[in-house]
Design a binder for this molecule. Structure first.
Ligand SMILES: [Mn+2]
Length: 296
């Protein structure tokens, strides 16, 4: 496996794996995609553009690198879906990525990496809830790639924790509607966010427990902002909506880890989606830092 660039190319004292609070873990897994391929190249592309960003958050006015951000070796991806589920779970456990005092940020790869990560997280944190940003409900019991398909990711997650809040959803099948009517009724769609922003924020924070794991499918954004993804859906969220929700969640919850998945780079110098994903990683760290300072 090639050595990937490190997030922000920080100086040594800020990216020491032994002391850094934030851990960037690439997971270039792409085993069950059904349409446009390319998510295996996502982590490298996101890391490669990251050193173009400022280390100073323009909204919070803090240097968000101050607690350290270390980039770890990628979790290798080679097997078929069930083996891959076990491998990701075992690797996360083995490296204690959910150790207290540190916050892992996984960069995918396709969405099927989320259930094994959530399984490992749920063993470290009691009463874990999951906040999903996504265009798709991902609640199918099985899809191309079987039970471990990207389109079944959240169905596997609710077998680990029932406490799931879904935001930005604008695509689900009749089967999902029939199998999980209670969940589909509760999804927070872009239209609901437009019509009752404050009510939605209340439902998001009210639906989550104290310890929150976040999974962000890049296709939650409108394809005009994040076109390089496997299954783009029209009518998505914009940068301000997503970051405003993130800010409230970080201020009111203990966010114990995050993944950002489904970036499928176009190549040829098109870096809009990768840059947005890298900025999203930076924003999560900045909000986390500000919330920690507020609680001290
Ligand atoms: Mn999706």
């Amino acid at each position: 496996m090639p050595v990937l660039p490190s997030f922000l190319s920080l100086e040594d004292r800020l990216c020491d794996p032994a002391t850094a609070k934030y851990r960037i873990i690439p997971v270039p897994y792409e085993g069950t995609v059904c349409f446009l391929a390319g998510t295996a190249k996502g982590p490298e592309a996101v890391l490669a553009v990251s050193d173009q960003m400022e280390h100073f958050d323009e909204e919070l006015l803090i240097d968000f690198t101050r607690s350290g951000i270390a980039t770890f070796p990628p979790i290798p991806a080679a097997g078929s879906p069930p083996e891959e589920f076990c491998r990701i779970y075992e690797t996360v456990k083995q490296h204690s990525y959910f150790q207290r005092g540190t916050i892992p940020i996984f960069i995918g790869g396709e969405h099927s990496i989320t259930p094994p990560i959530v399984r490992a997280a749920a063993e470290c944190y009691d009463g874990l809830s999951v906040l999903q940003f996504d265009a798709h409900a991902d609640l199918r019991d099985a899809y191309t790639g079987g039970k471990f398909s990207h389109a079944s990711a959240m169905r596997r997650v609710i077998e680990i924790t029932q406490n799931l809040v879904q935001v930005g959803i604008r695509s689900f099948s009749e089967e999902e509607w029939r199998d999980c009517p209670d969940r589909i009724m509760k999804v927070i769609t872009p239209r609901m966010l437009r019509d009752d922003w404050l009510g939605c924020l209340k439902n998001i924070t009210g639906g989550l427990s104290g310890n929150v794991y976040m999974t962000i499918d890049i296709d939650v954004f409108d394809p005009s902002f994040a076109p390089a993804t496997g299954t783009p859906e029209p009518g998505g969220l914009d940068w301000r909506q997503v970051t405003d929700i993130l800010r409230v969640v970080f201020e009111t919850k203990n966010v114990i880890g995050t993944d950002i998945v489904e970036v499928a780079p176009f190549g040829n110098g098109h870096i809009v989606t990768e840059f947005l994903a890298a900025r999203l990683v930076a924003k999560c760290i900045a909000y986390s830092e500000a919330a920690a300072a507020f609680r001290r």
